[in-house]
Structures are given as structure tokens and as C-alpha cells.
Design a protein around this ligand. Structure first.
Ligand SMILES: [Zn+2]
Length: 81
């Protein structure tokens, strides 16, 4: 993401949300300067899916979420496909 765009978003958030915007700003800055270390975390869901597990890709350091993916179990349920 281009830097200018990011700062614009930050300024907008502060003007619009005040203190809350400041918290958001700190989060964005932390994400912006973080050398992300991605971790694949098993998502614990209320209603478990029987065919596999969902994983979230989350930064260990700043908590940014890159995305998620689904892994299907193999047919005997001993591991993933
Ligand atoms: Zn990070």
C-alpha cells in the first residue's frame, strides 16, 4: 500500500473518530513498520466443520490478519489432504 494513501487514512480517522482514531492510527503504524512474522493459527469455531479445519494467517508481532484458508481432512481423518 502506498505510504501517502496510508497517512491519509490515518488523518481522516483522527479527525473523524478522535481518540478511537488515535488507537486505530497506532495499530496502522504498528502494522506498517512491522516486519511481519506470519503464523498459521487454527481457528476455533463454535460450529466445527467435520470435513476440515480453518486456519488464520496472523502476524505474531502486530496481530495483522493476512487471510485464512481451509484445509480438508484426508479420508481416514488422520491428517490433511
Ligand atoms: Zn506484523
Amino acid at each position: 500500500m502506498p505510504m501517502g494513501n496510508h497517512l491519509g487514512k490515518v488523518i481522516y480517522a483522527i479527525l473523524k473518530f478522535g481518540e478511537e482514531g488515535e488507537i486505530l492510527m497506532k495499530k496502522w503504524l504498528r502494522e506498517l513498520f512491522c516486519k511481519h512474522e506470519w503464523e498459521h493459527k487454527l481457528r476455533i469455531e463454535k460450529f466445527a466443520v467435520l470435513s476440515g479445519d480453518r486456519f488464520d494467517v496472523v502476524c505474531k508481532k502486530c496481530g495483522k490478519v493476512k487471510g485464512s484458508y481451509f484445509r480438508e481432512y484426508n479420508e481416514n481423518g488422520t491428517g490433511y489432504i
